[in-house]
Design a binder for this molecule. Structure first.
Ligand code: SF4
Length: 366
């Protein structure tokens, strides 16, 4: 990953939060001069972004309070088995640059945004926790923005870790492709903040996951987090079909098995490349016709997304599941945003009936 200080070429801060801690820290850490504004810049540009505009949106940062709802159910995908996940969005857009990134399909704002009012987000979450005191909500902060890659600007990870100490029944997930754990790793915690890393074989990281932490950096950060008593998790998502994929994913499983014990790993999710067809043009524009999204043979599913065919997906998921079993380590492996047919093909069962996974799939209030 490049250094944070040069990552943005434009910085806008809403007047109402100019003197907030996040704004002051961001102004001191970024090289670009901040512009004080009383409304959102580029507000008139709300149509679908071109590839070039999307790239520019990663270089412009806007700090402002979020005026809508923070906490909501993970949208999942139509027809997929739902793992009852909730999201707490603390910003939108990502400073890394994966070729297959799903954000390219729905972000239509020409700038990245960090929400400055995390206290209100946590207040909203507290309301839910008190309304449903026995519901074991799993809440992730890494859906529309990476949980940790901009943490040096916000220090939100420390705020979240401290907050979750008071709500031991809830689980939080920091989901990242960075290795930035330094702002919370030495804090006392209640063991209910899961530090999770999306992983792929290094060959795929190099080719498709631009400006992210290298695989070894992510695994080292995961090891450090586990040593500090944080549960860790891994997302084999999206698995990508390339020549020699079996060997590459076997090696990745082997690495994880050699570094972690099942008790340290809260879950391992597995999913495959998927995106809506309208994202193809932006992939072609930003990464060329040979990029993985344009060169793969994908088929339109019932949820309107392009994916590998069911047979290949099942083969890929089964490969990863069986590799873990071969190492004799019982990690809780489950499928992310996959159809009942995939579950049956991979596990010969539905998720509620797979031992160790049933609690992830219980019905939850929304
Ligand atoms: S890290 Fe995630 S959100 Fe960021 S570019 Fe990659 S896929 Fe998109």
């Amino acid at each position: 990953m490049g250094s944070l200080e040069n990552q943005f070429t434009e910085l806008y801060i809403h007047d109402s939060v100019w003197n907030s801690e996040v704004a002051k820290r961001t102004r001191s850490l970024l090289k670009v001069s901040a512009i004080r504004v009383d409304s959102k810049p580029y507000a008139d540009q709300r149509s679908q972004l071109s590839g070039d505009e999307f790239t520019k949106s990663k270089k412009r940062l806007y700090l402002a309070p979020h005026l809508g709802q923070f906490f909501r159910k993970c949208p999942g995908t139509q027809g997929a088995a739902c793992c009852n996940y909730f999201v707490l969005n603390l910003g939108v857009q990502c400073n890394m640059n994966c070729s297959y990134c799903y954000l390219q399909s729905y972000i239509n704002s020409p700038l990245s945004q960090i929400y400055t009012n995390i206290e209100e987000a946590l207040f909203e979450l507290e309301g839910k926790a008190r309304e449903f005191p026995n519901a074991p909500f799993r809440v992730g902060t890494g859906e529309t923005i990476d949980s940790l890659s901009l943490d040096d600007l916000t220090l939100y990870s420390a705020v979240v870790v401290r907050w979750f100490q008071n709500f031991p029944k809830l689980t939080c997930e920091f989901k990242t492709k960075s290795a930035n754990i330094k702002n919370f790793i030495n804090l006392p915690h209640s063991g209910n903040v899961v530090v999770s890393f999306s992983v792929n074989p290094e060959k795929i990281v190099e080719a498709e996951e631009h400006e992210t932490a290298r695989l070894w950096q992510r695994l080292k950060a995961a090891r450090d987090a586990a040593d500090a008593g944080f549960p860790v998790a891994f997302h084999f998502d999206p698995m990508i079909y390339v020549s020699g994929w079996q060997k590459l994913y076997s090696e990745l499983v082997h690495l994880i098995c050699s570094l972690f014990e099942p008790l340290e790993v809260k879950w391992i999710s597995v999913g495959a490349l998927r995106f809506p067809p309208q994202m193809k043009h932006i992939l072609r524009e930003r990464f060329g016709g040979d990029s993985i999204g344009n060169s793969s043979e994908l088929f339109l599913g019932k949820d309107g997304k392009l994916r590998y065919d069911l047979g290949l997906r099942t083969k890929m998921f089964t490969h990863v599941k069986d590799e873990f079993l071969e190492h004799g380590k019982k990690f809780p492996v489950f499928l992310c945003m996959e159809t009942p047919e995939s579950w049956l093909g991979t596990f010969q069962n539905t998720p509620r009936k797979v031992k160790g996974l049933d609690e992830l799939f219980v019905a939850m209030p929304s």
